[in-house]
Ligand binder design. Structure first.
Ligand code: CA
Length: 172
């Protein structure tokens, strides 16, 4: 009986290791991330999109929160760059609606400390922020950090589910 239990644990561990290797390979193949940029300063919007594309990301751009919400309904984004200070004030609405529906990482593009206080202090739900003007490297570093964190979280959830499925099959 002891031997059987040992073997059972051994095979379970092997299954988990195989699963983790499989997941990390799958992750490497499928990591073209899709980023939505909502920013009304066209020049800045274009240059951010270009920088992110050169870094291997797919990007969509729009100039207000309403269009951003419409895009979010049809596309599956991995991260959103959001300028809160949009001419029609729709950045706030976007963030509130977005947060009530999804845990996608949102990186704010803020113009000053007052905005940062509103975003972070009042817990509108942004994950991080960059204050304008920023250098491209700073933006990329923050994008990478948010995506890594979010992916790790999603992978852990998936792995947990698959391990539970495997254990269910072994035990059942
Ligand atoms: Ca703006």
């Amino acid at each position: 009986m002891k031997h059987f239990l040992f073997l059972h644990e051994f095979y379970t561990s092997c299954a988990m290791i195989k699963l983790i290797i499989y997941q990390s390979q799958k992750f490497k193949k499928e990591t073209i991330m899709h980023i939505l940029i909502i920013e009304d300063e066209e020049q800045l919007c274009r240059s951010m999109a270009e920088g992110l594309r050169m870094d291997g990301y797919e990007t969509d751009t729009c100039f207000d929160g309403e269009e951003g919400l419409e895009l979010c309904m049809t596309e599956n984004y991995d991260l959103i760059l959001l300028d809160l200070n949009l001419p029609d004030g729709s950045g706030y609405d976007f963030l509130k609606t977005c947060r009530s529906q999804s845990d996608i990482p949102v990186l704010m593009l803020t113009a000053n400390d007052l905005e940062i206080n509103e975003v972070i202090g009042f817990e509108l739900g942004a994950n991080d922020y960059v204050t304008k003007p920023f250098v491209p490297m700073e933006l990329l570093a923050r994008v990478h950090a948010q995506l890594r964190r979010h992916l790790r979280y999603q992978q852990l959830l998936e792995q947990k589910q698959e391990v539970e499925d495997i254990l269910g099959r072994i035990q059942g």
